[in-house]
Design a protein around this ligand. Sequence first.
Ligand code: 5GP
Ligand code: ZN
Length: 112
Amino acid sequence: MNDCLFCKIIAGEIPSKKVYEDELCYAFYDIDPQAPTHFLVIPKEHIVSCGEVTAENAAVVGHCFQVISKVTKELGLQDFRVVSNCGERAGQSVFHLHFHVLGGRDMTWPPG
Ligand code: 5GP
Ligand code: ZN
């Protein structure tokens, strides 16, 4: 995916502040944090959104959640929120599947 911002971040073509990386996924701090801790976990495989998860690519989504569990523990985050915006009306602005992980402050519900 030549034109995808997050594919470029994975490739190191655009700098980012890495939180975690392995062969399947990459995690990095959001450039515009919405909480004291705000990082993104993305599969290295280009998947557009949660709306494009299939039997073939679902394993990497489970892996992303394993990484969320591991990294939040390492960062000492006990209470946190995981968000994935799917589609423009839901607030998605980068069309490469990503999980926002937000913590370090009280959260309200419902989200806007
Ligand atoms: P979305 O709006 O698609 O749910 O989330 C995209 C997120 O990517 C936003 O929170 C935005 O701040 C973040 N973002 C956009 N461009 C960059 C970038 O170049 N570097 C980093 N680290 N985050 C970015
Ligand atoms: Zn991509």
